[in-house]
Design a protein. Structure first.
Length: 157
């Protein structure tokens, strides 16, 4: 039986006694039997292995890299490119564009009165961290224009 999994893992929970890691590709969740010094929000590139005899809890076997991801609300408005993309995007839809190099740009067109709530949802969403970890970026910046109902999520190196 294959008892090891390698990849990028987001630490979704951590306390002094245990931690929970989520594989950023498969979404599989691994409850660790102890906390090897990780903190919630960390991204671990490494290997986990299940502990015998029941193999229902995991341990962090190897760490190739460890990083954190900064998620912030930007003070600048969206860029002119982001406004153009939003104009072509239906309300409630997301337009995804790869950035040159590393990262992605997501632009959402939302009802103007829901812009701040949508930004708060993106900032608090575990999925935002998971995507950032999968894209191997270190920073996520959310920009908004509440008057025009434009929200951009920038996944940056």
């Amino acid at each position: 039986m294959d008892t090891e999994r390698s990849g990028a893992f987001l630490v979704t929970h951590a306390d002094s006694d245990s931690a929970v890691l989520k594989n950023t590709e498969s979404g599989q969740v691994h409850a660790l039997a102890s906390n090897p010094g990780v903190e919630e929000g960390d991204v671990i590139d490494g290997t986990v292995g299940s502990e015998p005899p029941l193999e229902v809890v995991w341990e962090l076997v190897d760490v190739d890299a460890r990083r954190s991801i900064s998620i912030e609300r930007g003070e600048e408005p969206p860029t002119s490119q982001e406004y153009e993309v939003a104009a072509e995007t239906a309300v409630g839809e997301v337009s995804r564009t790869e950035r040159a190099g590393t990262g992605e740009l997501h632009v959402l067109s939302v009802p103007p009165e829901e812009t701040d709530a949508a930004a708060a949802d993106v900032l608090d969403d575990e999925g935002t961290l998971t995507r950032a970890a999968r894209l191997e970026v270190r920073r996520v910046e959310v920009r908004t224009d509440a008057e025009k109902g434009v929200l951009s999520v920038r996944y940056l190196p």
